[in-house]
Design a protein around this ligand. Structure first.
Ligand code: ADQ
Length: 500
């Protein structure tokens, strides 16, 4: 079996990754079934790189059959590449929050510099038979840079976050460069069909990409496959492990729990969630003292400006709702700013009658899948899920809500609480067949099979140059009045304006 080389912004010990959440969990799940090399930032900052041109890569000890290769960043790189371009430009724009984007001079140049450093470091480690899989928005240009370094291996890219509508993407000053970078891949994988449609539209608008008969997209003389591969979870780990937890510390009999688990991010719609819960308590007073909302929300990216106010907003909102509706022996919202161990989370999911997942925009939302998989099949809880989470495309048997619509979201809480056990069981079994049918192993296997097939197509379309083709190309470059383009072996070679 060919070795997989996975590249992501952040690399960590595989055991820690399984606990970390998000992209890291998906990658840790992949390495359990398919060992390989994991390449990326080790989370450390160093004052300077000894040699500014050298990649500064450290090869870690193999963990089982997998190896980690990591590099540190300087504080400037961390500020401009990670906090800057990645998380103050691409993250807000891709989550359709142009109002929060900070298009600052210098961010993009450093983003490219760090990607160049990754490319130099990785190119030296790639073996001829490797399959390269690059993850997420931090590393969009990396595939093209590897190609320019002479790497001909299959290279795929997976975007974990949503693709915005074309008009929002076009607002990024470097949208043409990003479009060109995306077209360097053999395969671009996205979370949903809606993302695929958005990306195709963007490539048409930005760089006149064309859809070919075989479904691929042609732009810049490249043919690119774009498909959706909704990230899955390791369902068995949740199904088998979950056990009932002791009753709520403050509970009296009959108090049910609504659980929310999200990073403290503006894309997760936490203020809207708290307001909808407050509205529910106001509209349906009979449920007061019978329900609590537990929200686990560890802070992230605290040095990015757009994240500064979220915590205060939530503290104020939960204080207001608790003050308005709470009693001496009943606090409606439990708000916890810490991360919880994953096995503990699993037990809390199982003990919660409602899973409340209402992001304003989310690539997938794995927590919703984890919640469902942790339920007791004989008495399952009900997920309430935002229509703007990628997971809503698959989990159609959740109660799907528009998180901007307070009324609808508050009513969904009532519907979930009143739902008959038979309906809960039916919905749960349909949801579980989707979650099990496309779990994390199926996700990575289907991406990798499609990537290999797409790369084969490329090598068929682009036959290696024969010596006589090379001679013709050299002649083209030397002849002042030669045609500006020449088609050789299915490839078009354009003469640059300087004659090269
Ligand atoms: P995230 O935005 O991090 O991931 P999500 O998909 O919900 O969002 O993944 C979160 C993961 O972290 C889950 O596995 C969850 O169990 C864990 N987690 C969340 N909060 C936690 C807490 N308080 N304590 C412990 N663990 C916690 C990004 C994209 C998503 C996409 C994933 C995977 O933003 O849209 O679904 O990548 O592709």
């Amino acid at each position: 079996m060919r070795r997989i080389v996975v590249v992501s912004n952040r690399v960590m010990d595989l055991k820690k990754a399984a606990q970390a959440g998000g992209v890291a969990v998906a990658i840790a799940d992949l390495f359990r079934v398919r060992p390989g090399l994991w390449f990326g930032w080790n989370g450390k900052l160093v004052d300077t790189h000894d040699d500014p041109k050298a990649p500064d890569v450290r090869i870690g000890k193999a963990v089982g059959a997998s190896t980690l290769a990591t590099l540190p960043l300087t504080p400037d790189e961390h500020r401009d590449y990670y906090l800057g371009y990645s998380n103050s430009v691409l993250w807000p724009v891709f989550h359709n929050r142009l109002d929060l984007a900070r298009f600052e001079a210098g961010f993009y140049a450093r983003y490219m510099e760090v990607n160049e450093r990754f490319a130099r470091g990785l190119a030296a480690l790639v073996q001829p038979d490797d399959i390269i899989w690059i993850h997420d928005y931090h590393l969009i240009p990396l595939g093209g840079m590897l190609r320019r370094a002479g790497i001909t291996n299959p290279i795929g890219f997976f975007l974990h976050i949503p693709v915005p509508p074309s008009q929002a993407f076009l607002a990024v000053p470097e949208h043409r460069e990003l479009a060109q970078a995306l077209t360097a891949y053999d395969l671009v994988g996205l979370q949903t069909q809606a993302d695929v449609a958005n990306l195709i539209q963007f490539l048409e608008d930005s760089v006149s990409g064309r859809i070919l008969q075989d479904g691929r997209i042609a732009a810049f003389d490249h043919r690119l496959a774009i498909e959706s591969f909704p990230v899955g979870i390791d369902a068995d780990a949740f199904v088998c492990g979950a056990k009932a937890i002791p009753p709520l510390a403050q509970s009296t009999d009959g108090v049910q729990r609504i659980i929310g688990v999200d990073r403290l991010d503006y894309s997760k719609g936490l203020p809207e969630k708290f307001r909808a819960f407050g509205h529910f308590l106001e509209k349906y007073p009979a449920y007061r003292r019978k329900i609590v909302l537990s929200q686990i929300a560890p802070p992230t990216r605290e040095s990015v400006e757009a994240y500064h106010d979220i915590r205060q907003t939530l503290e104020a909102l939960s204080g207001k709702i608790n003050g308005m509706f709470g009693e001496l022996d009943w606090v409606p919202i439990h708000y916890i700013y810490r991360s919880a161990p994953r096995d503990r989370l699993r037990d809390i999911y199982r003990a919660s009658r409602i899973g409340f997942f209402t992001p304003l925009r989310d690539g997938m939302n794995l927590v919703a899948k984890e919640y469902v998989a942790s339920q007791n099949p004989a008495d399952p809880g009900v997920p309430i899920l935002s229509r703007f989470a990628g997971a809503a495309e698959q989990l159609v048997d959740a109660l799907i809500v528009n998180p901007y619509n307070l009324e609808e979201t508050a009513d969904a809480i009532k519907t979930a609480l009143d739902m008959e056990k038979s309906e809960r069981i039916e919905r749960y079994s349909r949801l579980m067949s989707v979650i099990r049918g496309y779990d994390s192993a199926a996700w990575s296997a289907s991406f990798l099979v499609t990537l290999e097939a797409a790369a084969k197509e490329r090598s068929r379309a682009v036959a290696p140059l024969t010596p006589s083709m090379r001679a013709s190309m050299a002649k083209l470059a030397r002849t002042p009045h030669a045609p500006i383009a020449l088609k050789l072996g299915g490839q078009v070679f354009k003469r640059a304006s300087n004659g090269k």
